[in-house]
Design a protein around this ligand. Sequence first.
Ligand SMILES: [Zn+2]
Length: 332
Amino acid sequence: MKGHFVISLDYEIHWGVFDKKSVQDYHENLSSVNFVIDRLLELSNRYDVKLTFSTVGLLFAENKEDLILHSPKQKPSYSNRKFNPYNLISDIGNSERDDPFHYALSGIQKIKNTKNHELGTHTFCHFYCHELGQTAEQFSCDLKAAKNIANKHNIEIKSIVFPRNMIEADNIVDKPYLDVCEKHGITSFRGKEKSFIYNIHTTKAYHGWYIFKLLRLLDSYVNLTGQNTYNVEYINQNKSIINLPSSRLLRAFSNRLKIMEPLKIRRVTKAMTHAAQNNEMFHLWWHPHNFGAQINENFNNLETIFKHFKLLNSVYGFESETMTGLSNKIKR
Ligand SMILES: [Zn+2]
């Protein structure tokens, strides 16, 4: 199998950050998401790049009544109530028309209509599998709700990105969550990079240490952890659910570190070349709202990456695939 380029986008708008920021705190980024989606579709279609939009199920709701109707009966019983998004429902608007921060059916329809990209799930309620108090059974109810609300719009959910990347592929504690995914017909998920600086499980004493954040930031510019590309056939031998691990988070354009931007993009393109030459996968991801400020600078960066993809495609046959597209090829 040739090398593959996979892009997954955690499509969540305010549901992905509600426990950290209010809509007002992050208004510029969140209010630009619809425009960012339009530009992403335009640019990826121009360069024949397939995208996987891992979408929060709540965004599929037509209005508040529909949202409540599709919400699971069993909700996550987090020990810390601030993680529970259902507490927000009394304060959100009634539909996308008056609240584009919590509803996004028009953007979802646009993605669906391109027929080129995939709509996967980012769980129904941005479910945190590593937070204390929730259970795998509640997670199962959440995934069922995510599948149901997508089915209503003739969208079949086959792939998942776990919120905050709270999954460790080979951790026995996380196995019940992957079993739930399989039960609901999910065939692939986005795992994490191999290096320990990306695998800071909440159960570990050093979870949340600032030094790891700093190392991950540094790794975006200089090579600390290698290329993070994968022989996906090899790592998924005898696996029933396919792990398509992350290679890199594409960080938003940084004004403060502007001088370092070319290094950041070169780190991405070098790893893509490595993947293309070695028939491996390079999996890039970010959130549409990351592009919501300094939109032109972010899209210039992305276009540089897409041009490099085109070059690798013509020289090495490097291919763009959705998560489900690639997992189907692996299973074959
Ligand atoms: Zn998220």
